[in-house]
Design a protein around this ligand. Sequence first.
Ligand code: HEC
Length: 139
Amino acid sequence: MKTRIPGTTGLLLAIPLFLASSPPTMAAPLDEQLATYRAQGAGAFEAKAGEKLWRSSLGKDAEGNDRSCVTCHTGDPKQAGKHPKTGKAIEPMAQSVNVQRFTDPAKVEKWFGRNCRQVLGRECTPQEKGNILTYLGSQ
Ligand code: HEC
């Protein structure tokens, strides 16, 4: 810091500044991801709207599985999911139990692309992606 504030006042000011400049490391990648979506034109994000889309079902696929995010990721983001076709385990989506989540923007985009096309039949919008990540990040 370039500004020098003498005495105790300086110290008292420096502590909150220090705390503010070092947020919990887990939150940072998610915030960056949300900032990217905002830069792409999204507005304020709503966890409720994200949860609604996350849980909504758009009918059955060819194998008779629900076309929904929760089919693979389960209704509880803190639980491990399972791919209905391959039976492969999917780590929990909630960052509170899985700190690896949403740390790699390329991975986030790859899977949003793939899963939104599969479930919704189209890409998710930046707004939808931000809403979903806000919901999952709040879990
Ligand atoms: C057919 C199963 C399946 C469905 C349905 C599904 N996913 Fe996934 N999803 C996966 C798998 C497999 C991965 C990659 C493995 C992992 O990250 O644990 C993944 C990963 C992700 C990731 C990447 C997370 C990260 O750490 O970067 C996001 C985001 C995601 N899914 C969102 C969604 C959304 C949104 C929906 C609903 C529109 C959805 N998924 C539906 C199987 C599915």
